[in-house]
Design a protein around this ligand. Structure first.
Ligand code: SF4
Length: 180
């Protein structure tokens, strides 16, 4: 497993995330690495130039020729994340993570699991580093995938919620329960 070398602070935390994401994606032999990540080969190349210690994690067959097809909601998820990216100090990591998170939202497990992260807290921390307004808006700690889709519904002015209030909702546990 690559170590953080001389990286400190945010870079070190992001490296820990990318290391786990790459390991999870590389283990998925059902599709090319770029398809699992949702990154173009060019974007992955830029990521690997910034974190060269991750390069050995690319499978021997290469990363694939493209990012693979988007699902219908993926562009909206990326836009949601990027519209709430930290503006004071734009980082390339933020763009890569927006694409990676949007693609992982298409998985069938909890988002932190489909990303390959160690626990939900690691996902919350990356949102807090790169997408502060979303972290602040989710102050009640709704499950992240549920929260993102609720945000998309709000943007479209629609709702599939069975209740106008989360506290009175029969699905409360699905949206706020433990993710294990
Ligand atoms: S708890 Fe109910 S009202 Fe709140 S987001 Fe979930 S489904 Fe919607």
């Amino acid at each position: 497993m690559p170590d953080g070398g001389c990286l400190t602070g945010t870079g070190s935390l992001d490296l820990a995330v990318f290391t786990r994401v790459m390991a999870r994606a590389g283990a998925d032999r059902s599709r090319p690495l770029c398809h699992t990540l949702g990154l173009s080969p060019e974007a992955l190349g830029a990521l690997l130039r910034r974190y060269p210690m991750l390069a050995p994690m690319v499978p021997p067959g290469g990363p694939g020729a493209d990012a693979g097809p988007d699902t219908p909601e993926e562009p909206d998820l990326r836009a949601l994340l990027l519209d709430h990216a930290n503006q004071t100090e734009p980082l390339p990591e933020t763009g890569w993570l927006a694409a990676i998170v949007a693609r992982a939202c298409q998985g069938s497990h909890h988002l932190w699991q489909d990303l390959g992260l160690a626990h939900r807290g690691q996902l919350s921390a990356l949102i807090d580093r790169h997408f502060v307004p979303l972290a602040q808006a989710n102050h009640r700690d709704m499950k992240w995938k549920k929260f993102f889709y609720r945000c998309l519904c709000e943007r479209e002015g629609i709702s599939f919620c069975p209740s106008p209030q989360c506290d009175a909702c029969p699905d409360h546990r699905n949206c706020f329960g433990a993710e294990v």
